[in-house]
Design a protein around this ligand. Structure first.
Ligand code: RUQ
Ligand code: CUA
Ligand code: CA
Length: 634
């Protein structure tokens, strides 16, 4: 133990030694201090967190217990971290362009991006892993793009994006969650903004009944849009239950306003609940429309003359609610009040009665509305009956007991608040290990703080965000790690490492590069052996292999103005021997990992000699892994 009392300790009127001494004798001392509601300083928490910090240290060569998948926000990618070390393991480009892997540059990635390759930006928020029976099955990870209204899928065996879908006739896909039970058949995604239909510039009025937004379901396997549901108001976040029947979404703009003042007018907005089998029934019965040239069935889920639709119910909750979280026990949809200090607990087992018209008032399904603090945004769970909610304005995570909050709502005198922990600062999402599955294990919690202010070395006007790791395995939360991150991990999830199974080298039959394999076949090329140039008019295809430290072709000749496609197949079988291909001064760069085929197309517009080189350090003679393109003048 540290025997030197620091200046800071004195200023804070605290003896770190004394504090640690007490907690060392019995952990209960820490609990008592925290539960008494005393505000703990940075120093005292640091001391209390000492033992937790030991758990965070993953020694060199050791592996983390959890995979963390972080949204890269408006940077457009997904990041893979190890938890609890918080070490960044990998980045998966999705809605961005990436010069290391060539995502957005290679033909394989452009094929996956399709139409949306024209966008160079994205804004992803919500990563979620496919499930079977309410548990992660490790197959796919899905993520939204708010900026260009898209949903992407990542194959977790190779950790590459393999499909991107643009949702038609909507603007800004925000909330995204998956069907949990019996398996992820649908990806549910919220289109946030209300727009006129058709949006052809003739009407700009949001009051019009032809102005609306839609709740969307994407088929997880085909990635085609399965259906859309028109809603009243707008849509923020969403989640699904553990029966496979209901999903719910928050709406902060029940006012259908177009400015800040208008969006805050109502004291209550609502949670809209969707009966998914009922939507499927409507479509089967032909009760749907289509919009524009989209063929996607659209079901109307709005109230008509005060009467509910067949597929939705609107449950009033205060005020501009944001996060929507299903408790891990499947009992509640929890709507986070944002402009109200409360969370609203909706009893999922009462929803069949609500849909059957057996309840007088939709508010009857609200069975708890705990007062938690200022700015509740998102809630997570530890599997032991506690919920944890971020308080954006208070800069805290509040731990509260779910069933006690329900009893308090009935009038019982019970203090459901267990602890408030300062985080730094202004937290948005928070996520506890496995909390969105039935296996919530209550070990780690990450609070994704939007501001870091004074927590790190200054980096100019633009600051990093701060993803803080909190140990929730004991009776009290302990902050154990500050994690600076670049713009902007809205959300993250954690899966046990045994739930993710990755390939070490590519399968030659992988669909990721199947279109390139098909092209080679047409050209009569054996990708694993041939080093050949095929010409078809001014289109030139250069096929070569690579094996450390050499390309199969160290020179090729083309004519100025030719459209050149370089196709490289990496014949190395050894794990980790990735090659690259860069054509100098041509904006050409890509990754070719062991047993992968990658291709990239460019115009040879400059006569002369142009070197190409390997960009991934693969061998002692990596620098020598080069070749020359010779371009004859036109
Ligand atoms: S939302 S900070 Cu984009 Cu996930 Cu709540
Ligand atoms: Cu191949 Cu470096
Ligand atoms: Ca509102």
């Amino acid at each position: 133990m540290n025997d030197n009392k620091s200046d800071k300790d004195d200023k804070a009127g605290l003896s770190r030694r004394g504090f640690l001494g007490a907690s060392a004798v019995t952990g209960a001392a820490v609990a008592a201090t925290a539960l008494a509601g005393s505000v703990m300083t940075r120093e005292s928490w640091a001391a209390a967190a000492k033992d937790s910090q030991l758990k965070v240290h993953v020694a060199p060569g050791e592996l983390d217990e959890y995979y963390g998948f972080w949204s890269g926000g408006h940077q457009g990618e997904v990041r893979v971290l190890g938890v609890p070390s918080m070490r960044e393991l990998m980045r998966i480009p999705v809605f961005n362009v990436d010069s290391a892997t060539g995502w957005g540059l290679t033909n394989e990635s452009k094929h996956i991006l399709g139409e949306s390759a024209k966008f160079l930006n994205g804004d992803c928020h919500h990563p979620h892993i496919s499930m079977t029976d309410g548990k992660y099955d490790g197959k796919y990870l899905f993520i939204n793009d708010k900026a260009n209204s898209r949903v992407a899928r990542i194959r977790l065996d190779i950790m590459k994006c393999d499909k991107i879908t643009t949702i038609p006739n909507v603007q800004a896909i925000h909330g995204l969650r998956l069907q949990k039970v019996p398996h992820t058949k649908y990806v549910f995604c919220n289109a946030e903004f209300i727009i006129p239909h058709p949006n052809d510039g003739k009407v700009f009025d949001l009051e019009d009944e032809n102005s609306f937004t839609m709740y969307n379901a994407v088929d997880a396997e085909t990635m085609e849009v399965a259906f859309q549901v028109i809603v009243d108001g707008n849509l923020d976040n969403t989640d699904m239950d553990y029966t496979g029947r209901f999903t719910a979404a928050t709406c902060y703009n029940s006012e259908k306003a177009f400015d800040l003042g208008g969006m805050m007018r109502n004291e209550r907005d609502w949670v809209v609940v969707f009966d998914i089998p009922a939507v499927e029934k409507e479509i089967k019965a032909g009760r749907f429309i289509t919009l524009g040239d989209s063929k996607v069935p659209v079901v109307d889920g709005r109230k008509k003359d005060g009467k509910d639709s067949a597929v939705t119910r609107y449950i009033p909750v205060p005020k501009n609610p944001h996060g929507l979280n299903t408790s891990h026990d499947g009992k509640y949809f929890i709507a986070n009040g944002k402009l109200s200090p409360t969370c609203s607990m909706i009893a999922i087992d009462m929803l069949p009665d609500l849909f059957a018209g057996k309840l007088q008032d939709p508010r009857d399904v609200v069975v708890g509305e705990p007062e938690l603090g200022l700015g509740p945004l998102h809630t997570t769970f530890d599997g032991r009956g506690n919920a944890y909610t971020t308080l954006f304005i208070d800069s805290q995570v509040v731990k509260w007991n779910i069933e006690e909050a329900r009893r308090a709502y009935k009038g019982e005198k019970v203090n459901y608040i267990k602890q408030k922990l300062d985080v730094h600062y202004q937290p948005g999402h928070l996520h506890a290990s496995l909390c969105e599955t039935s296996e919530a294990d209550g070990k780690w919690l990450v609070a994704l703080s939007k501001f870091s202010k004074d927590r790190f070395l200054p980096t100019g006007p633009l600051h990093p965000e701060n993803d803080q790791l909190i140990d929730i395995s004991g009776d009290v939360m302990k902050l154990v790690h500050d994690g600076p991150t670049f713009a902007e991990p809205h959300d993250c999830i954690m899966a046990r490492r045994d739930q993710i199974k990755t390939r070490k080298i590519w399968d030659r039959n992988d669909p990721f590069f199947a279109p390139t394999v098909a092209m080679a076949k047409k050209d009569g090329i054996k990708l694993e052996e041939d080093n050949k140039v095929i010409r078809e008019g001014n289109k030139v295809r250069v096929y070569m292999t690579s094996m450390a430290p050499a390309y199969g072709l160290t020179e090729f000749k083309v004519k100025q103005g030719d459209e050149v496609t370089v196709v490289i197949t990496n014949m190395d079988q050894i794990e980790d021997v990735s090659h690259g291909f860069v054509m100098v001064n041509h904006g050409v760069s890509m990754e070719i990992s062991p047993q992968q085929t990658s291709s990239i197309t460019f115009v040879a517009d400059k006569p002369g000699l142009h070197w190409y080189y390997c960009s991934w350090f693969c061998h002692a003679l990596h620098m020598e892994m080069v070749g020359r393109m010779m371009v004859e003048p036109a």
